[in-house]
Design a protein around this ligand. Structure first.
Ligand code: ATP
Length: 903
């Protein structure tokens, strides 16, 4: 029964442990509180059996959950065992008891908690009396130690923390608190049994167990086993397990101390009477149960140790977590504080940022306004500069185009003129050559030398003409170059226009384009100046060559013109006039003379052939005539005195040729204007002054003056022999500013003459009209000056006096006309005689005296002999032709150009 009860007790205890009950508590409740409190017996030998004086043999390992390690060796947090000086479970249970609890347990038995410990069986040291319910355990050093420990079991329970601290006691180690050496005793057998056991059985079991245990009491221990200075708890060495958990019930240990002592002293086993009650039934030691119990205990210890170690690890982890939580809380507080300060700073920064943003917005607004104003100003300035640039460019382009156009027109005119002139000159030269050849044939003996000379001159002239042509080609080349330059400039202008459109966005590029254009313009101007310089030189050369050609042609030339029959003139009255070389040179005219009856009575007609420098037939117009005399007009511009007069009977066409609307005078004036204008680019500036006078009855009348002054106002002819210049006193001089003025001059002259005439067209037939055009030229570049005079003379009718039948005033007129014409013939004859220093009868008539410097060596003279086609005028016609032939045969010396160089 006892064995069965003990097994049941162990099983119950195992179940209780498996329910996480604290083993110590369970054991306390079952063994100490009940058993000891009820038994009230003092365990015999308790005070002496269990304690041995020697503490050297064995060590006991126990675990005390209620004590904080404080001995010589301690267990580190990871659960490693540490040495402890505490005593066994008994000592531990005593140490957890407070003074008060001990006092309380002394008066009343407690079944739980500390009270149960107070009721556990007392050791022999307490000398517990039988029957006492509880005996206060005497104070030992453990009490003080227990109370001083901050980790007392009460404190643990209150805080529910660190209640599972493992506590190991090494058997044989010295506990300083108990002042004894822990001595291992054989494993005790838990006596806890389920409730309901009869006290007798319980006591018997306890007695049996206690009998197997021996606890040497220092009091009863042999003297040699007890150290004099301290109490020693000697526990017999344990063969296998040396660890004893603290949880093992202290009260049970105490209760079984006798058994323990008995086990620890096997030699005394037989001699010692088991400390059993009368109810104990245990008679012998059950070795098998002991071994089971020992194995169970060993397993239990191992599990307990493992759980304790885990608990220690968890506690250490909890401590670490707590410290970590504290640290984190501190960090959190610090972070909160920092966060608050940062929020304040953020708020202040936000305010600053908002203020700064407002300032930035204001500044941006002001900046935008300023930028708008600046852009507007810049746009206005750019538009202004662009407009000005465009205006300047347009102005430059228009000026340049005008200059180019003028230059081109001038060059074209000059080329046309030169071409016409040279063609004309060539024709004239050819005609002259033919004429000279004819003359050579006619005057073979006398003219051989002259022909050879003329041929040489002709060759020279041809060479000159070739040279002139080459010059002309060069000029054309220059003109072509100028035209190319013009085209280049025009293309440049077009490119610049396109460029300007492209460059509107940048004034700098525009200025560069302007500079390039300016440079091109300067280059073009330089080339133009070079061309002008060449033209000036060519002009001088041309004048020289032109004069040479004119001299070769002769300084006095005679042209014959036959007017066409008028509508009022019947064809039967038309004389037989032939033009033998009409298809070739137009220099011959043949007029069938009147019938002549010889002495034998035969009637015959003589063919009168005449040859002149040029013969114009009825079909020729004034334009054809002027084409031939235009070279003389050019000579007048070149500074030579030229005299062109028309000779012929009344009605032969003198006035028509000279003063009609398309006559020589208007055409000459127009040519002079055109030529003078073209010469302006060569530096020449011309001033034209005109006089229009008549010689009537050997008196000079100013046809541009008042009509009433005609035949009343006297005018004197003055000659400046040094300058070879003729002036007329009190004569009206008209400056011809435009070619249109000549028409008014002619009209005015005609009007004055008609007022003075007694019959229609009468005055013009009875007087010589002289249109004097003085040409004053000045070259501003070379400084040259020239002064030429063009005299256009419309002579009075040359009919004979006998034929006119005039009388009285008319007779006087006719006589004066004949005398003046005769004087003209005399002067021409004298000039043609070739006598050096010979007398020239200029003064014999007003006309010749007036034309003194235009007839002679320094002048070029052209005489038109006008022929009426009427048969009735045949005699006068032949007379005029004979006179003209006489003039034509006259050779006047070389003309001298009136020119000077300005200093
Ligand atoms: N070449 C011509 N073609 C056509 N008509 C002409 C030509 N020449 C002269 N006439 C006409 O003949 C007429 C006489 O001409 P004009 O008056 O010129 O002669 P004139 O010699 O000047 O006479 P006068 O000595 O009296 O002045 C005019 O009516 C004129 O129109």
């Amino acid at each position: 029964m006892a064995t069965t009860d003990e097994c049941c007790t162990l099983q119950m205890e195992s179940r209780l442990n498996s329910k996480s009950r604290i083993p110590q508590a369970g054991l306390t409740e079952m063994n100490s509180a009940k058993t000891n409190s009820r038994s009230g017996l003092k365990p015999p030998g308790f005070a002496t059996a269990g304690l041995k004086p020697s503490a050297t043999s064995k060590t006991s390992t126990t675990t005390n959950r209620h004590h904080q390690p404080s001995a010589s060796t301690s267990k580190i947090p990871n659960g490693a065992p540490r040495a402890h000086s505490r005593t066994n479970s008994f000592s531990s249970s005593v140490s957890t008891r407070t003074t008060q609890s001990r006092a309380t347990s002394a008066s009343s038995s407690q079944t739980v908690g500390t009270g149960s410990r107070a009721a556990r069986p007392q050791t022999s040291m307490t000398q517990r009396k039988p029957g006492a319910t509880s005996i206060a355990r005497p104070h030992t050093s453990l009490d003080t130690h227990e109370e001083e420990s901050p980790n007392s079991v009460l404190g643990k329970r209150k805080g529910m923390q660190n209640s599972l601290k493992p506590y190991q006691v090494t058997p044989g180690s010295y506990d300083k608190h108990l002042n004894c050496t822990i001595q291992w005793t054989p494993p005790f057998i838990p006596s806890s049994t389920p409730d309901g056991l009869p006290p007798q059985r319980r006591d018997a079991s306890i007695s049996t167990l206690m009998s197997k245990l021996s606890l040497s009491d220092p009091v009863t221990a042999p003297e040699d086993q007890v150290k004099p200075a301290k109490k020693t708890c000697k526990i017999p060495s344990r063969p296998k397990s040396t660890r004893l958990p603290l949880r093992q019930t202290k009260s049970t240990q105490l209760a079984h101390s006798p058994s323990r002592r008995k086990l620890g002293s096997p030699q005394k086993k037989e001699s010692v009477t088991p400390f059993l009650t009368k109810y104990s039934q245990i008679k012998a030691w059950d070795e098998t149960r002991f071994q089971d119990f020992e194995s169970f205990t060993s397993n239990f210890f191992e599990k307990f140790t493992q759980v304790s170690q885990n608990s220690d690890v968890m506690k250490d982890a909890v401590n670490i977590y707590k410290s970590r939580v504290d640290e984190l809380e501190r960090n959190r507080d610090e972070l909160l504080t920092t966060n608050c300060s940062l929020r304040i700073e953020v708020e202040s920064m936000k305010n600053k940022v908002s203020t700064a943003e407002e300032a930035v917005k204001i500044a941006e607004t002001e900046h935008e306004i300023a930028m708008d104003e600046y852009e507007q100003r810049l746009r206005i300035e750019t538009d202004t500069v662009r407009e000005e640039s465009q205006k300047q460019l347009q102005l430059l382009i228009s000026q340049h185009q005008n200059e180019i156009e003028d230059l081109r027109l001038r060059h074209q005119r000059e080329l046309d003129d030169e071409r016409t002139t040279y063609q004309r000159e060539l024709g004239q030269v050819n005609s002259q050559n033919a004429l000279e050849t004819q003359k050579v044939h006619l005057e073979v003996a006398n003219k051989d030398r002259q022909i050879e000379s003329l041929q040489r001159d002709l060759r020279a002239a041809l060479d000159d003409i070739e040279a002139e042509k080459s010059k002309n080609r060069e000029l054309r080349g220059h003109l072509g170059t100028a035209s190319n330059n013009t085209l280049t400039l025009e293309s440049s202008i077009r490119a610049l226009k396109a460029r300007i459109e492209f460059l509107e966005s940048g004034s700098q590029e525009q200025s560069q384009a302007f500079e390039r254009l300016q440079k091109q313009l300067e280059d073009a101007l330089a080339e133009t100046n070079e061309a002008k310089e060449k033209l000036r030189k060519e002009e001088t050369l041309r004048r020289k060559l032109h004069n040479q050609v004119q001299e070769l042609k002769g300084n006095i030339r005679v042209f014959c013109r036959v007017r066409p029959p008028l509508a009022s003139e019947p064809e039967s009255d038309i004389a037989q006039i032939a033009f033998p070389d009409d298809a070739e040179d137009c220099k011959e005219i043949a007029i069938m003379g009147p019938e002549e009856r010889s002495s034998l009575g035969t009637v015959s007609r003589k063919n009168n052939a005449f040859s002149f420098d040029r013969v114009f037939g009825p079909s020729n117009q004034n334009a054809d005539v002027f084409e031939e005399i235009s070279q003389l007009v050019q000579s007048a511009l070149d500074g030579y005195n030229v005299c062109i007069f028309c000779y012929g009977q009344t009605g032969s066409g003198k006035t028509h040729t000279m003063s009609s609307a398309d006559g020589m005078i208007p055409r000459a004036v127009h040519q002079i204007y055109d030529t003078a204008k073209s010469l302006e680019e060569k530096g020449w500036t011309y001033t034209m002054e005109g006089n229009f006078v008549e010689v009537y009855n050997e008196n000079l009348n100013d046809l541009l003056g008042k009509a009433d002054d005609l035949d009343k106002k006297r005018h004197e002819i003055r000659h400046d022999m040094q300058r070879c210049k003729t002036t007329i006193t009190d004569v009206t001089t008209v400056t011809l500013d435009s070619p249109e003025m000549v028409e008014s001059i002619l009209k005015r002259a005609a009007a004055n003459r008609s007022v003075a005439a007694t019959k229609a067209n009468e005055r013009s037939s009875r007087s010589h009209s002289v249109f004097i055009l003085r040409l004053l030229g000045h070259n501003t570049i070379t400084g040259e000056r020239c002064e030429g005079t063009l005299n256009l003379v419309d002579l009075a009718g040359s009919e004979r006096l006998s034929h006119s039948g005039a009388t009285g005033e008319r007779l006087k007129e006719t006589q004066n006309i004949n005398r003046s014409l005769s004087c003209l013939g005399d002067v021409i004859g004298a000039l043609g005689s070739g006598k050096e220093g010979g007398h020239i009868p200029y003064r014999n008539s007003k006309l010749t005296y007036l034309l003194q410097f235009s007839l002679g060596g320094n002048s070029k003279t052209l005489m038109f002999v006008m022929v009426s086609p009427l048969q009735a005028h045949l005699g006068e016609t032949l007379t005029s032709l004979k006179f003209a032939t006489k003039v034509h045969n006259t050779h006047i010396g070389t003309a001298k150009r009136v020119s000077k160089i300005q200093n």
